[in-house]
Design a protein around this ligand. Sequence first.
Ligand SMILES: Cc1cc2nc3c(=O)[nH]c(=O)nc-3n(C[C@H](O)[C@H](O)[C@H](O)COP(=O)(O)OP(=O)(O)OC[C@H]3O[C@@H](n4cnc5c(N)ncnc54)[C@H](O)[C@@H]3O)c2cc1C
Length: 476
Amino acid sequence: MPHKKVVIIGGGMSGIKAAIDLYNAGITNTVILESQSHLGGRLSTILSENHQGTTYDLGASWFHDCLKNPLLDKVNRLKKAGNGGMETIEYFYDDGKCVYLDKKLGNVESSFFESILNEFFTFVVLSYTANPEKPDLSVKDLTFEYLEKYKDTFSSEQGDVVIGVIRMWTELWLGESWEKVSGKYTCQDSHLGRNAFVKNGFQKVFVNELRELPRWYRDSSIKLNAHVDKIDYSNNKKIIVGIKDGRSYTCDYVIVTIPQTNLKNDKVKWIPEVPPPIKKVLPEVHFGSLGKVVLEFDECFWPENVHRFYVLADDNRTDKSTTKDPKPWEYPSLLVNYQAVNNVPSLIALTQKPLSEYIESLPDSPSKDEKIWSIYKPMLSKLVGSDSIPIPKKIYHTTWNKHPLYGGSYGCPIVGAQDPSEVIDAFVNGYQGRIKFAGAETMDDSSNGCAHGAWFSGQREAAYIIAKEGKVSAKL
Ligand SMILES: Cc1cc2nc3c(=O)[nH]c(=O)nc-3n(C[C@H](O)[C@H](O)[C@H](O)COP(=O)(O)OP(=O)(O)OC[C@H]3O[C@@H](n4cnc5c(N)ncnc54)[C@H](O)[C@@H]3O)c2cc1C
């Protein structure tokens, strides 16, 4: 059994960042064990089959929190310094012209609802500040509480649109139904700046991180197809990390970046047991199901200069039984206009639960694309005012729910669950000072669930070990 100072489980952004910082501080006797045959985890870029050189991201697409995003800072730093053999990253602030599309009202100006929407968010903050004991309510229930109280201050049409927009933002940010999402912990989020869309593949952002590690390290100390299924910390001197194929490593520290849903599902055997503070919070862990559907056409038949189309669901006031086949207008949609972003005639629709699960469950057959298209066609017809619109040449979609290592997209606070900060704390504290956890879902700020959050978490865990080993973190 080879011995390492640190074993890092998972070769996504958080694991790679931890390895880089340890390396730069002189802790080079480390190994990254990655289950899959490739690195990057939830940073996953595919190539278009029809438009040469065009990429689509199935995982992260945006630099969020642009005022405090080290990944974006690096892109800008490299650009100024002439890139030095690194990948060139192109990005675009897709927060220009947007269209809100309502089934009954057609295009709705944002001035029709924006101030009411802002008031709703302030209402939530005030409610919980004035009464911290107020029970957590779903975003849907909080919306209706606000509406009931203030409905006389705006028209019912404005109310309908506000409901649709709140639902759209909640579901397409977290990938989960607004009936399930915690209002208390999501409506009070503050983001640190704008969002910039990566035009030529987020995987390049990851590759630029990876290249911070010297070639010898990448060749010898990153193990692909190394699925960790056992962590034995019963010996108080050495931790044993076991791989499914029978290999194992001993180490002084382990940094676990396995997606928390996977830990929750008992996919790793811990000896003697799951660290008790983690065991306590695992039932509270939940991933939403943000998904993407790429509709690729031969030519653009929609407004070219609009950055995003926000499609509001119809009839949000009534409770609906979940139908097997989702109907058009049943779920809100956010469509990124690739024509505006990349000069390519494609639309990227974000999807949420249960729509993402439905799309993933469709068997591969010619009717699969027809079924997916039947959801989007009526919205696009309404958008352009014609029923005769071209069918997509190709449809791509994500499969994060089905993926055995994920079972969803990223962390999402569910109504009635424990305070997310307490769950995060348990992971940040780790166990016995030698079992450490990184990953996007271990950040207790607006970077939680994001690629730069993963980066911060890797930095945090490396800094802990560096300090404990009496070394000094390298300066950027
Ligand atoms: C659809 C979608 C859209 C997103 N959009 C954005 C966005 O626009 N902007 C943004 O900032 N973020 C976005 N994210 C989130 C972002 O992609 C993630 O937060 C980030 O990539 C997570 O990095 P990580 O290192 O924490 O985890 P991961 O990338 O999940 O890495 C974990 C690694 O561990 C490996 N692993 C799992 N189990 C084992 C095991 N037992 N043994 C060994 N290895 C194992 C996995 O294969 C994986 O490579 C999105 C995510 C999804 C799914």
